[in-house]
Write a protein that binds this ligand. Structure first.
Ligand code: 5GP
Length: 193
């Protein structure tokens, strides 16, 4: 079975929509899923661990990966910060007999969807409103005002791609979003309960 024949799950959203929380929940509930750890050139944040959230690399190393064709997909998600999925990561997950889950930006998500077609379930997580998204991002202590403005601008743009995804989950109440996401995964992968 080639990589593209295998079912995969893509989860994309504007920053602040609660995507990572939903991804973590699905990974906790379903041992059948394996998180695709992306490579990134952004700085490691407090609490993060190399090889768990990301493989943290220098920009030059990332550019070398691009040149060597080691990436399935990559984006400069924020100016100066590269993010990408290594082909070897998808293979690692397949070796564990798991289905990959990609937590990627909207453009990356749609690019991966094109590669996998019907074998991919592309989920878009949406905040209940733009105002709620802004207040969620503001309450995160990790961002400077400048980086917050960048994220907001990008979020607005990313929201315009929702229609290109297979399904949209509006993250209003987290428990409802969890339930909806679980059901989608069960149906898509044909998991027997
Ligand atoms: P953060 O810096 O907050 O961890 O992530 C910023 C954005 O980059 C998020 O939307 C995240 O999903 C996205 N991202 C993470 N890994 C990848 C990747 O491999 N490819 C793409 N295109 N986006 C990614």
């Amino acid at each position: 079975m080639t990589a593209a024949n295998r079912k995969i799950i893509i989860i994309s959203a504007p920053s602040g929509a609660g995507k990572t929380t939903i991804v973590k929940h699905l990974l906790y509930v379903f041992p059948q899923l394996g998180f695709s750890v992306s490579a990134t050139s952004r700085k490691i944040r407090q609490g993060e661990k190399n090889g768990r959230e990301y493989y943290f690399v220098q920009s030059a190393e990332f550019e070398q990966m691009i040149e060597d064709g080691k990436l399935l997909e990559w984006q400069e998600v924020y100016p100066g910060s590269y993010y990408g999925t290594q082909v070897s990561e998808v293979e690692r997950i397949a070796t564990n007999a798991q289905f990959p889950v990609f937590d990627v930006d909207v453009v990356g998500g749609l690019n991966i969807k094109k590669m996998y077609g019907a074998n991919a379930l592309a989920i878009f997580i949406k905040p209940p409103s733009y105002e709620i998204l802004e207040s969620r991002l503001r309450s995160r202590a990790t961002d400077s005002e400048e980086s917050l403005q960048k994220r907001l601008l990008k979020a607005k743009w990313e929201l315009s791609f929702e229609k290109d995804f297979d399904i949209i989950i509006v993250n209003n109440r987290l428990d409802d979003a969890f339930e909806q996401a679980e059901k989608l995964v069960i149906d898509f992968l044909g998991i027997k309960l």
